[in-house]
Design a protein around this ligand. Structure first.
Ligand SMILES: Nc1nc2c(c(=O)[nH]1)N[C@H]1C(S)=C(S)[C@@H](COP(=O)(O)O)O[C@H]1N2
Ligand SMILES: [Mo]
Length: 232
């Protein structure tokens, strides 16, 4: 096995970073890794041979709350409306969601403003579970993710089918915090983070693409961090 493909533990990361201690800033601040730490991570490759840190990004130590119009955050009031090109349009409640085979996922997330959080830990339900349950019609080609207060984003069905696309309700082993989209957010790790709709309230399947909040304001529709697709 190629060395670069080895799972990166904190210990071998420290060795890569030259053995120097990672200095941790004040809690709650937006703390960047040092340049040498970033270079060490950037030298690493993902199993698919793409660089671990996409071009133009730098790694940070914590998820940064980026704001947005928050929903109630409450699990018992939460409803997810599955609509559009499906055999069985339906409302999924939190308890029902938890019954759909939860998975743990460790992944990197990349905000288009330039920060990357490596090895973030999430628990949630694969989008494919929702698709199975609702019976997606053959004409569906796009998935529109609907957040609270009209925030939306859009992905092609081919992206929604990836096994790392989940509806997340836990982060770092705890219930998702309100600023990060509680109780449930979408997580599309291989696209810039604006596609990961917080306070998720609906999933709509469509035969036509519908650029979302940022996509219709000049940000890239395809949003692939490794191709550095930031703006259209
Ligand atoms: N509903 C909703 N979802 C959203 C946003 C938003 O404003 N509203 N912002 C997006 C952007 S630009 C980013 S970078 C991430 C930030 O997620 P975080 O606040 O958990 O870091 O959420 C995305 N999802
Ligand atoms: Mo963002």
């Amino acid at each position: 096995m190629h060395k670069a493909h080895k799972e990166i533990t904190r210990r071998n990361f420290m060795a890569l970073a030259g053995g120097s201690l990672v200095s941790i800033g004040l809690p709650g601040l937006f703390v960047k890794l040092t340049d040498s730490e970033n270079r060490a991570w950037a030298a690493n490759l993902r199993p698919d041979a793409r660089p671990r840190i996409p071009p133009g990004q730098h790694a940070v130590k914590a998820l940064k709350p980026m704001g947005g119009a928050a929903g109630s955050g409450k699990t018992d009031a939460w409803q997810l409306k599955i609509s559009g090109a499906v055999e069985k349009p339906q409302i999924i409640r939190f308890r029902g969601l938890l019954g759909l085979n939860p998975v743990d996922l460790t992944c990197d997330v990349h905000c288009v403003t330039g920060w990357t959080l490596l090895d973030s830990k999430w628990t949630g339900i694969r989008m494919t579970e929702i698709m199975k349950q609702a019976g997606v019609r053959s004409n569906a080609q796009f998935v529109i993710l609907e957040g609270h207060a009209g925030y939306t984003s859009n992905i092609p069905l081919s992206v929604a089918l990836k096994e790392n696309v989940i509806l997340a309700y836990q982060f770092s082993g705890k219930q998702l915090a309100e600023p990060h989209g509680a109780p449930v957010r979408a997580l599309i790790p291989d696209r810039y983070f604006y596609k990961s709709v917080k306070w998720l309230e609906g999933i709509r399947f469509s035969d036509v693409d519908e650029p979302g909040f940022y996509e219709s304001r000049g940000y890239s529709n395809t949003a692939d961090p490794w191709k550095e697709e930031r703006f259209d």
